[in-house]
Design a protein around this ligand. Structure first.
Ligand code: PL4
Length: 404
């Protein structure tokens, strides 16, 4: 028999999101007529907009012609798209050859862990998107799960709570090789200002760490004065990788397309270019993003496409505003929903799994328990605003009834 990878045994039996789906299905099996509304998994619901659809369908048609057919593409992505991402998403702060197009931010996170290897040490915001911690465990970068602390030994959990305005106290943080930092944050919806981001960059520079900056929700930032990319901060190119995604801004969660930026200035301790090693990883472990998806993204990044992207984001942020206003009226302590499609709500007197069960059992609403994102998430629920407007309004009514 083959020995099991011992790191797998350290993980919780199920990844957070399939566990939510399992509990929902279990509830439905017992209550077959229940009309469940999901404020849970952050999945998009609005159809892909017309101009972006033209980009997708145009490529589908070309693939059926002798002249237009293409097979494998460059593993790094179409040059035209890499250049366009650099120009439109980064205002020229980076070059096209620093952009690697991929099948999404989540798979890039996993491949980055392969790049860093099992000896790397990591820090995460607490709470944070669970993929950073779980991929670290799988790679063997951690010790065991500490039941008492609800965290893995060996990982630096940087508390981000209402008490510190969701920005970690870096004076207390232990030095690690890698710092995963998601902004705007999933799950809290908090967005940092330039001063805070500068503090983080300086912390990484002082410690010779690499920041993996996840900007999957950057297009939701609604204040022009807040930074969208980490490269807006001087000196970030020597210490930061940025991963990002087309999933949320243009509804590509199922189409699959994202990217990672590895600046040419970023070097490992021995002077090796990180970009060069990432190129080696991508050309070995990845076979290029879908040519159809890439044409859709090219349409998304022209003038009409950018307009449509803004409309899609406004729709979800309006949903967030509706949920936020109602929760505040009911007296809940609510965060987020302004620069991100997530609301972070404190549920007093209950664990987050108890609150999850109550919302599901009594209001037929799926939410995500905060503890699933880390120990500092205990006592909170994350609500997603990525639903249909009618369902969001109905969900709000149900919450109001639940509170009476
Ligand atoms: C459910 C901070 C959602 N099955 O679509 P990708 O791979 O380009 O981006 C995934 C991603 C990356 N970074 C952050 C994210 O929040 C997400 C998506 N997160 C959520 O509800 O938290 C979808 C989760 C998906 C999963 O397991 O990730």
């Amino acid at each position: 028999m083959v020995k099991r990878n011992p790191n797998m045994a350290k993980l919780q039996s199920s990844y957070l999101f399939p566990e939510i789906a399992r509990r929902k299905n279990e509830f439905l099996a017992k209550n077959p007529g229940a009309k469940i509304i999901s404020l849970g998994i952050g999945d998009t619901t609005q159809p892909i907009t017309p101009h972006i659809m033209k980009g997708l369908s145009g490529e589908v048609s070309r693939l059926g012609t002798k002249k237009g057919y293409t097979g494998y593409g460059a593993e790094q992505g179409l040059k035209e798209l890499r250049d366009k991402i650099a120009e439109k998403m980064y205002d020229g702060l980076i070059e096209g050859d620093e952009v690697f197009v991929s099948d999404g931010a989540k798979p890039d996170t996993a491949r980055l862990q392969v790049l860093f290897g099992s000896n790397a040490t990591i820090a995460v915001q607490d709470p944070s998107y669970p993929v950073y911690v779980d991929s670290s465990v799988i790679l063997g970068q951690t010790g065991s799960y500490n039941q008492e602390k609800s965290q893995f030994d060996g990982i630096e959990y940087m508390e981000c709570t209402p008490e510190n305005n969701f920005f970690p106290d870096l004076r207390k943080a232990r030095r690690t090789d890698i710092i995963f930092f998601c902004n705007p944050n999933n799950p809290t919806g908090a967005a940092v200002n330039a001063k805070q981001l500068r503090e983080l960059v300086n912390f990484a520079r002082k410690n010779n760490s690499i920041i993996v900056y996840d900007s999957a929700y950057s297009q939701f930032i609604s204040d022009k004065n807040l930074p969208r990319s980490i490269y807006e901060i001087d000196g970030a190119k020597e210490v930061a990788i940025e991963i990002s995604s087309f999933s949320k801004p243009i509804g590509f969660t199922g189409v699959r397309l994202g990217w990672t930026v590895i600046p040419n200035e970023l070097k490992f301790e021995d002077g090796t270019s990180v970009n060069k090693d990432w190129n080696r990883i991508m050309t070995t472990l990845f076979n290029g993003a879908s040519n159809i998806a890439q044409q859709g993204a090219l349409s998304a990044l022209d003038e009409k496409g950018m307009k449509e992207m803004k409309q899609t984001i406004s729709y979800y942020l309006e949903n967030a505003g509706i949920i936020r206003a109602s929760m505040e009226k009911l007296g809940y302590e609510v965060y987020g929903g302004v620069h991100a499609p997530y609301l972070w709500v404190r549920i007093p007197g209950k664990t987050s799994w108890q609150a999850f069960e109550e919302f599901l059992g009594k209001a037929h609403l799926v939410t995500i328990p905060g503890i699933g994102f880390g120990p500092s998430g205990e006592g909170f629920l994350r609500l997603s605003a990525l639903g249909h407007r009618e369902e969001v309004k109905e969900a709000v009514k149900r919450i109001e009834r639940l509170m009476k």
